[in-house]
Design a protein around this ligand. Sequence first.
Ligand code: HSC
Length: 725
Amino acid sequence: MAHYARGSAVAVIRLCNPPVNALSLAVLQALEDGLKKADADPSVKAVMICGENGKFSAGADIRGFSSPERHGGALGPIVSLIESSEKPVVAAIEGVALGGGLEVALGCHYRIAHMKAQMGLPEVTIGLLPGAEGTQRLPRLIGVPAALDMITTGKHIPATEALKLGLVDEIVEENTIEAAIRLANKVIGQPLGPRRLSLKPIPRLPNMEAFLREALVRVKQQARGWLAPELCFQAVRAAAERPFAAGVRRERELLQVLLTSGQARALQHAFFAERAVRRWAAPSGASWSSAAPQPVRKAAVVGLGTMGRGIVTSLVKANIPLVALEQNLEYLNKGRKAVMLLLEREAMKMEGGAQTLDFHNPARLHFTVDFDLLRDVDLVIEAVFENMALKKEIFHKLSKICKPGALLCTNTSALNIDEIASATSCPQQVIGTHFFSPAHVMRLLEIIRGRHTSPTAIATAMQLAKALKKVGVVVGNCFGFVGNRMMFPYVQQAVFLLEEGSRPEAVDQVLEDFGFKLGPFRMSDLAGLDVGWRSRKDQGLTGPSLPSGTPARQRHGQRYSPLPDLLCEQGRFGQKTGKGWYQYEQAGGRTATPDPWLHSFLSHYRDTHHIKTRFIDQEEILERCLFSLINEGFAILAEGIASGPEHLDVIYINGYGWPKHRGGPMFYASTVGLPRVLAKLQKYSEVHPDVPGLRPSAFLKKLVAAGNPPIKEWMSYLSQQSSKL
Ligand SMILES: CCCCCCC[C@H](O)CC(=O)SCCNC(=O)CCNC(=O)[C@H](O)C(C)(C)COP(=O)([O-])OP(=O)([O-])OC[C@H]1O[C@@H](n2cnc3c(N)ncnc32)[C@H](O)[C@@H]1OP(=O)([O-])[O-]
């Protein structure tokens, strides 16, 4: 709704739709009514538009885009109505003015914002474009380059930057509403023509044509199959090249393309999925709504290897006082140097720099080898080497030293949380926090609850994720948890495809064309092939503990490829050694080039094992890799390791480079259609009966038998008892 009130000469229209004043049909109707009332009332000389509860508006109601009447369409005419008003209209921007919210403000003749307000046109991030004439008004106000940047990236900008760009007329530290009313009174009677953005000419650039050409190349490069940035670009180009009305027509045409592209639905699914995972639930009945987090006033990180350094950086950025611990002075000094370098770089990116981060102050960040300094911390994150015996030793020590109630987190990508917790006297305080490398950059935090983990511990870990500006996803305890467990069959298929005749660059190309930032082989080279090798040796799948006489390409009666082990035996660990599935310019190099050595090695390998090579087409590469990953996802859901498909989607988008415009693996499966996924898995499984990853999960079969229900209904087909969360 929007509340209309008349003060002296200024009528106030307050957008009201908690929590973010989204522009639903009812709000738009009330806004229109308010404008008409103000227009008809001769005692009203000016209008001020603001939002309830300190927020202007977060834009059109995203939920409405999937409804048949798509109310967002009503917004453009209302923005025009505001602009054409004969009485000055002032926008008072507090909190956020995003998307359609900012478009409403652009229709106003004056904009005044609070210092702390944020503005942006984030439609691109949900697969759309600012379709209420925003692509036409913004470039007229702030120029094509700045508008293009805002519209194609969707970034939010602070009020201070908005002022510099000319997006707002004034910013205030105190009461924005009062300041806006003052401004409205002041401008009564002044000519409105120059304030109507649709009448303004586009600020010219000396080299507009060349600028647009280069900008398009940049936008396309960054989009990697994501349609909206390029269509946003086209809409802004229309503003630069056509009169306002023709530009608006073009904006509408382009919006229609996006609305029907499927990508908008996928991105909106991702938007709501990210919010849904905050509402975690455990089988005990505890949930986000009943469990309260403990405050974290001081934390500690144990281990300053690659992961520990990133985690320390992340905590310092979140302003959490911290003790960073290593086992000896040599490692401590090495770790400290690396952390300082990371923090210096982060500080340079921030306004206020090193002062904001304050990492030179030992009261904020203290490096030590003394475990005793962990006595008063509220939370410890252990980030040592992936070795069960070592982790158990550390947790035993922690449970003796730390104060009662301190949360003990382990950063592990696969190890059993319950076993680690068994080394302590407080298993209820032990929880897995799986960070992704680089930990100060990657948004995902997989939070693994063990059998005994308390609801308070989960709530605290989720709160920590929020403080670190990460997306926390609570999952159950199993080998590889959710992300890596789904990754195993995907990478396994990629390697099998090499055995059967493909090449790393062919497999990577298909998955990168699909939208992954890196295909499986480039990714393995980056992560280091030795990591998986060590884990396979620990599992007895390769190395000295493998019983003699084990067939080279079989383990426990299932197909196994020794290819990655053979590369490691040759010292090919990936980027770090300059050779892996690709070759690099040097050890630590980043540019992957196909390696003729590897090609002849593969031929030799196939000959040795009498494998008949065949041509493998792109469809088979894509389906075998993705459908085996998705299949594992269905098994994870059936076992109750994750509480819904959106959890898996959020994990893949934020931790594994899954293209967001495809909505996550489970959403993608729903768009392909579960009957097709099942049929393909059945087909591949018949050809490869010794590959369990291709055998369709019982849950997938159940959903197909139930008539391929929509993704929202999937979980209702599972019985409650199966939950291991
Ligand atoms: C024919 C069609 C014509 C189309 C014309 C185009 C018009 C226009 O250009 C299109 C738009 O405006 S597109 C819109 C462009 N705008 C955007 O893309 C902005 C999207 N929103 C955001 O970026 C963030 O929510 C904020 C930064 C606003 C707040 O962040 P925070 O403080 O961390 O809070 P939080 O947890 O994130 O949100 C709280 C609750 O509000 C919910 N909700 C939020 N916005 C919503 C919306 N627009 N709608 C509905 N709901 C929305 C959110 O789901 C959550 O609900 P839950 O049930 O509690 O889970």
